[in-house]
Write a protein that binds this ligand. Structure first.
Ligand SMILES: CC(C)(COP(=O)(O)OP(=O)(O)OC[C@H]1O[C@@H](n2cnc3c(N)ncnc32)[C@H](O)[C@@H]1OP(=O)(O)O)[C@@H](O)C(=O)NCCC(=O)NCCS
Length: 192
């Protein structure tokens, strides 16, 4: 059994050291993380730059409930980065339910302001990739704004390739934003 599946099956975490020396733990999400994760997403949405959903578009309690249920269902991946007892990052891979698309997982990732650029996001994407491979997924997809150079750098480093550009896909106030589509194919990437 690999470290990734051992961690998920036992619920245990892996102690990590960030690039700036701070300690953090990579662990599976628990249903009780719902509130902390909803708060993390709400805080990052308030920054107004990175995420599709507008600030305040989803109430924190409903999102907390939805996330807890997603984790409880145990069909998808939720990993959490924890530091000093606080949730500082999350990666989700939700597996598509369509009969023709159940080989696909959709990845989303959020690291709290103050914890970025120290390697946590890259480690979390790598953890999600290990899980996706073991889960037998054929493809992991995601969407990212074209000006999110840091996120794109992390995805490319982890082996994701650009699949296309959906122009004017999202409205943000009076403007429209494009979306870059990216994907990773486990069976074509022996390095990860
Ligand atoms: C995007 C995100 C997940 C990346 O995680 P992270 O922990 O900050 O990333 P890491 O520290 O692992 O790696 C960042 C990499 O991007 C590089 N980078 C940072 N800013 C960059 C920029 N403007 N242009 C190009 N590369 C950049 C860094 O050099 C680093 O690469 P390296 O490891 O080869 O040195 C995180 O910053 C985040 O959650 N941001 C806000 C929410 C968000 O954008 N989510 C993704 C939506 S699609």
């Amino acid at each position: 059994m690999s470290e990734a599946s051992k961690m998920i099956q036992t619920g245990s975490g892996e102690a990590k050291t960030a690039r700036d020396g701070r300690r953090w733990t990579l662990r599976p999400g628990r249903p009780t993380d719902g509130r902390a994760l909803a708060k993390l997403f709400a805080d990052v949405r308030k920054e107004g730059r990175w995420l599709i959903t507008a600030p305040g578009a989803i109430s924190e309690p409903s999102e907390a409930f939805w996330i807890s249920e997603l984790i409880r269902a145990n069909e998808h991946l939720a990993l959490v980065a924890e530091a000093d007892g606080e949730v500082v990052g999350n990666v989700l891979v939700s597996v598509d339910r369509g009969v023709a698309t159940e080989h696909i997982g959709v990845l989303s990732i959020t690291i709290a302001d103050g914890w970025r650029d120290v390697g946590i996001g890259s480690e979390m994407v790598a953890g999600a990739q290990r899980w996706a491979r073991e889960r037998g997924l054929r493809k992991v997809t995601l969407g990212v704004f074209p000006d999110n150079a840091r996120a794109i750098a992390v995805y490319e480093k982890c082996g994701f390739v650009r699949e296309g550009l959906r122009r004017q896909q999202f409205r943000s106030g009076d403007t429209y934003r494009d979306e870059v589509l990216m994907a990773w194919f486990p069976h074509e990437d022996e390095d990860r």
